[in-house]
Ligand binder design. Structure first.
Ligand SMILES: NC(=O)c1ccc[n+]([C@@H]2O[C@H](COP(=O)([O-])OP(=O)(O)OC[C@H]3O[C@@H](n4cnc5c(N)ncnc54)[C@H](O)[C@@H]3O)[C@@H](O)[C@H]2O)c1
Length: 487
């Protein structure tokens, strides 16, 4: 079959310039999704292009994505990233992946054995918020999560990422091998700390000694990752085919901007990702919070209120002056004041850059896609700044409008009475609460009372209830566009 690995590609396509046979699977990555392909995969490729690097990646999908792994194998683990600017597109073939596994067809043991191979130095993850099996309100392991319950009962046949990592570390310890670094690249506040807390608690429930060994020997660096990578669509894949000259079912399009700030704390070495523009720092947390609150927080705000206002893509919301101004104010008035950044950080410049990135019309980033998993995202993206404003006594109407937008969205009916396909691990519970209240403002305290999403000091705070109720009332009476314009 002709594909990217055996076809002559269009001349403008940039291809790996290094000997791929020298790469070793020193990284096992869980989550060969859209984002990883356009971010860590590309950074690792660029390091190999610019230096003598033997860092290769073994890709694993634990949930879904079987077809992607099959296609990746058929094309010798090469895939395409199309960086789409407002005017032109750069097409790069990525060569940093040298292997892949899927438990559905390779078996669970094969994945654990790979993670236990001596050369593996890093297990990295893009497994989405829910992959950490953490309680969104506390960030600690949710012991009632069905995956956690199943893995504690049957630890040699894990289902969750935590179960795989702990089992692989157990095997390494038994074989006298060095441990690996666990590196989260998910959009989760203090992602390394969340991964560490969940993995240690899980390991200790299983075997206290193993838990202590992991605590003493494994590191969990935090990372701040940034690049807008919409899910692939038929349209983007067709465009990639045209640019390449051949089909690539693993191809992915993204914006030109990319950023990666990494806590430099690795137990068994790491690629020099700085060669490709990453920054290694001692403390990532301030950068993470800046990105999570300003970019992701305003993204969620635009996703719910934009979807309700009839805008399919983030770039569509940016054509509406009301949304554009509200998103900037959300960044500068609601989120920026809550941050403690290193001296000299230009938050206004950052906010303006974000508005420009959101405006890029060639990126078709769906409001529906960003709206997914709100129950897991809202506390991360808006909870910290809500607390800040409650302490300061300052105005948080933008946050209240974002939360009200989410509440209106999870009722699963849009402003025209059409059904919304709400994707969320708590979708059924949320819909049941909404159905009980109908489109009545009484739904606001009922949803705020869900402690798995809102900590009681937020959800039961009268000021929060008032502000969200007033935004919700406006959504019901005036609709999303007018509500946003009035902000
Ligand atoms: N797409 C972006 O623009 C972007 C930007 C920055 C960060 N991120 C982060 O990257 C992560 C992945 O996003 P994506 O856009 O690649 O999504 P995606 O849907 O393309 O990929 C999701 C990946 O997560 C895995 N997964 C899902 N549930 C899991 C579970 N319970 N346990 C283990 N693995 C699980 C899937 O196998 C898949 O590989 C998210 O956390 C997201 O916040 C995405």
């Amino acid at each position: 079959m002709t594909n990217i690995s055996n076809q002559t590609l269009n001349e403008s396509v940039s291809q790996p310039t290094y000997d791929r046979s020298k790469l070793k699977s020193r990284i096992v990555h869980l989550g060969f999704g859209a984002f990883h392909r356009a971010h860590q995969g590309l950074f690792t490729d660029e390091v190999a292009r610019k230096s003598e690097s033997d860092w290769g990646i073994c890709e694993v999908n634990l949930f879904g994505g079987e077809d992607l792994i099959t296609s990746l194998r058929e094309q010798n683990h090469l895939y395409t990233v199309a960086e789409k600017g407002a005017e032109s597109t750069d097409v790069k073939v990525i060569g940093s992946v040298n292997e892949s596994l899927h438990p559905s067809f390779d078996g669970i043991e094969a994945v654990i054995e790979k993670m236990a191979e001596p050369q593996v130095a890093i297990v990295s993850m893009t497994i989405t918020e829910k992959g950490y099996c953490a309680d969104p309100a506390t960030g600690l392991l949710d012991k009632n999560n069905p995956l956690v319950v199943a893995d504690l009962e049957n630890p040699t046949q894990p289902k969750s990422a935590l179960g795989y990592i702990v089992q692989a570390l157990k095997v390494r310890r038994e074989r006298g091998l060095t441990p690996f670094t666990v590196m989260s690249c998910d959009n989760v506040q203090e992602n390394g700390h969340v991964a560490k807390a969940a993995i240690l608690e899980f390991a200790k429930l299983l075997d206290a000694e193993l838990g202590a060994w992991i605590e003493a020997n494994v590191t969990f660096p935090c990372t701040m990752v940034d690049r807008i990578v919409p899910a692939a669509t038929e349209e983007t894949l067709n465009e990639i085919t045209e640019l390449l000259g051949v089909q690539d079912p693993c191809g992915i399009a993204c914006e030109p901007f990319r950023q990666w700030v990494i806590e430099d704390n690795f137990v068994a070495g790491r690629p020099d990702w700085n060669i490709a523009g990453a920054e290694f720092v001692a403390d990532v947390v301030p950068y993470e919070e800046m990105k999570l609150r300003m970019l992701n927080g305003s993204h969620s705000f635009l996703a719910y209120l934009g979807y309700l206002g009839g805008y399919a893509h983030i770039s569509d919301t940016m054509t509406d002056e009301g949304y554009r101004k509200a998103a900037f104010d959300m960044m500068m008035k609601a989120q920026a004041p809550s941050l403690s950044m290193p001296e000299g950080t230009d938050l206004e410049g950052y906010a303006k850059l974000l508005i420009d990135r959101f405006t890029n019309p060639s990126l078709k980033h769906k409001t529906w896609q960003i709206a997914m998993d709100g129950s897991q995202k809202i506390p991360q993206r808006m909870g910290g700044s809500l607390r800040f404003h409650l302490e300061q006594g300052s105005d948080f109407k933008w946050l209240a409008a974002g939360i009200a937008g989410w509440m209106r969205y999870v009722s699963a009916v849009d402003e025209q009475g059409n059904e919304i396909d709400v994707r969320d691990p708590m979708a059924d519970q949320l819909k049941a609460v909404c159905d009980e209240h109908g489109q009545n403002v009484s739904v606001v305290p009922a949803l705020l009372a869900i402690e798995a999403i809102f900590a009681p000091e937020i959800g039961q705070n009268p000021q929060v209830i008032d502000a969200v109720s007033s935004a919700y009332q406006s959504l019901i009476e005036n609709g999303a566009r007018a509500t946003v314009a009035a902000l």
